[in-house]
Design a protein around this ligand. Sequence first.
Ligand code: ADP
Ligand code: MG
Length: 246
Amino acid sequence: MNLLTLSKINKSFDENEVLKNVSLSLKKGEVISIIGPSGSGKSTLLRCISGLEQMDSGLIEFNDITIAAAKKKIINIKAIDAHKKIGMVFQNFNLFPHKTVLENIIEAPIIVNNIDKKDAINIAKKLLTKVDLLDKINSYPCTLSGGQKQRIAIARALAMSPELILFDEPTSALDPKLTSEVLKVIRNLALEKISLVVVTHEMEFAREISDRIIFMENGEILETSTPDLLFSNPKHPRIKQFLNLA
Ligand SMILES: Nc1ncnc2c1ncn2[C@@H]1O[C@H](COP(=O)(O)OP(=O)(O)O)[C@@H](O)[C@H]1O
Ligand SMILES: [Mg+2]
């Protein structure tokens, strides 16, 4: 059974067709990386999955429940509950600046999932230990490095017990030293068999963690393949060019 199924998604901003008949599916425990040039629609695709953007046509199913369809957000209890199991981590962290690290992590579990504050705090402490930042529990985001902010953002996503986490270029705002500490956390999630969709420019990393790689350009999926095949012998000339193999 697929955890996530996208069927023929189309999305335009005015005249600009950003997603053209995009279909893809992901099984539980699978890690998919999406690569491709800037402007190809990668972020828009993730935003459609997470419900931040509405598509013009197509269907998104999660755990066999329709969570989005043409021009409408599906609003019934099943769909809302299903959506809560999809986490998203952004390039620019998107932490609440006026809240502490702890408050950032416990807010959604308490408000959206109705978890007791005490339990939410215990979960937050476990997750902060996991991302090696328990000592920052009472800090404000502005006092943290980019790598630390991103690890907090990952802990915040994990606090909702997601079945799928979408990463949109999680290390693009970081210098190489901070990048590696964030990639390590994501690598561990992949090893734990959490389902992931990762948009990234870190090709070596994508090759290492992914079950499948998707190459997108101009709103279309040009190729879906295993990492070994796609990186050594892509079929499409554009991908060869993109990977400097041409
Ligand atoms: N909110 C928006 N309004 C108008 N155009 C947008 C919006 N978001 C994205 N776009 C356009 O959609 C295209 C794809 O953008 P995006 O999904 O961010 O690509 P990528 O993440 O691959 O760089 C670009 O041409 C971009 O300018
Ligand atoms: Mg993007």
